[in-house]
Design a protein. Sequence first.
Length: 163
Amino acid sequence: MSGKHVVVQGATLKCKFSEKPQTDILKVKSQSKHFANDNSAKKKLIATTKETGQTLEKNTFGNCKLQPTGSSYKPCQAVISKWSAFYEKVTLSNQGQILLEDSKGACPIGGPDCILVTKHGQEAEPSKQNVKNARELLSNQINPLVDMAEFKESLEDQDSICK
C-alpha cells in the first residue's frame, strides 16, 4: 500500500468504454465507521470492495460504446459487480477490503477492470501539528505573506486558552 492513496467517499470514477470521457462520483454505502483524511470523521468514509451495485451519484458514465443502437449508443447504467487490485491485508468491519487509487471495478457489460479511479477523493487538510513541524525559513520563502513564527505563536496562544 506504500505510496498509494486510499479511495474515499467522493472519489471520481470513469469507464473506459464511455463514448465521451465522463466521470461519476463514488458514494460509500457499505459502511459508516471507518474514515480517512478527515479530522472531524464526518465526510470521508473509506471505500471497500463491498461498494458494488449502483453506488455512484448518477449511476452513469454517459453512453456506452459497447451498446450500439445504429447511429448512437445506449446510455450506460453503471453497476459495479466486483473490484480488483484492492488492499488485501486489512478487512474492515463490513468484511470488505480497502480500495486503492489503482483499484478497478468490473461491470456486467464492460467486463473486468473497465471502471477506473481518476481521483481518490482525499484532500490535504493541514493540522496544527503540520504547522508546528514546518520549517519557518522555507515556509516564509514559499509563502512570504505569512510570517510562520507569528502564525505558530498564535496557534500556541489558542492552545493555551483552550486548556
